[in-house]
Ligand binder design. Structure first.
Ligand code: ADP
Ligand code: MG
Length: 238
């Protein structure tokens, strides 16, 4: 599904910063992997390239056998909307929209009617344990609830890949476990997931840990999973 060959990325500037120095990476459909490394090691840069939020300078990135390179902004946005769901440490909810409006937003860009958008958004909120919270604003919700809204919003387009950049970074440990359990449940339903983290405890909730150091993949660690998720995502994953 994801295939990278010798991908390099340099941030230009007075002192150009060579962040990715030849990344080779292969992620299959249905895998649940984490990219782990110290702060500043290039994890977010790599995830943003995978999510077509950023470009790279050298090498090749194939997404479902399509070469993702030199795309127009319009093509890139089309791919993102069709293929990718993204969640972030800071949730990135729209503060002046309520939960259901936030979740429904990606469907607006797909030209789906307001009625259908809202009905589907309510279903996703319900699945993520947020029944009754649809009309609350983000600032009325806890961190864990906000991240669940963000996950619902990422899933509503049925993305082929869910990318998560430090999804538990702003959460306490109990809520972090809850969010990782949701991701695990999604993985069991067949969702392909890539999580970026600097926390070993989070990485060990995934089935494969890709260690990144100084812009290169240092090693790949296989990990066995156990699950006991309280959420039911049956039928929600393509
Ligand atoms: P990580 O997510 O592993 O902490 P990042 O990918 O965010 O690392 O950043 C890697 C390096 O690139 C850091 O030194 C960071 O300061 C730098 N960097 C990140 N984004 C930019 C940017 N847009 N412009 C210039 N430098 C950047
Ligand atoms: Mg980062």
């Amino acid at each position: 599904m994801i295939h990278l060959e010798n991908v390099h990325k340099t941030y230009p500037g007075l002192v150009p910063l060579h962040v990715l120095k030849g990344i080779d990476l292969h992620i299959n459909k249905g895998e649940f992997v984490s990219i782990m490394g110290a702060s500043g090691s290039g994890k977010s840069t790599l995830l943003n390239i995978l999510g077509i939020l950023d470009t790279y300078d050298e090498g090749k990135y194939f997404l479902n056998d399509v070469l993702i390179k030199n795309l127009s902004e319009k093509r890139a946005a089309e791919f993102r909307n069709k293929m990718i769901g993204f969640i972030f440490q800071s949730f990135n909810l729209i503060t002046f929209k309520n939960a259901v409006e936030n979740v429904a937003l990606p469907l607006f860009y797909q030209g789906i009617s307001r009625k259908k958008r809202n009905a589907l958004a309510l279903e996703y909120l319900d699945r993520l344990g947020l029944k009754g919270w649809a009309h609350h604003m983000p600032n009325e919700m806890s961190g864990g609830q906000k991240q669940r809204v963000a996950i619902a919003r990422a899933l509503i387009t049925q993305p082929q890949i869910l990318l998560a950049d430090e999804p538990t970074g702003a959460l306490d440990s109990k809520t972090s476990i809850e969010v990782m359990e949701i991701l695990k449940e999604l993985h069991e339903q067949g969702q392909t997931i890539v999580v970026v983290t600097h926390e070993s405890g989070v990485a060990h909730q995934t089935e494969k840990i890709i260690h990144i150091q100084d812009g290169l993949i240092k090693n790949i660690e296989e990990n066995t999973l156990q699950s006991n998720s309280p959420f039911s995502m049956d039928g929600y994953i393509k």
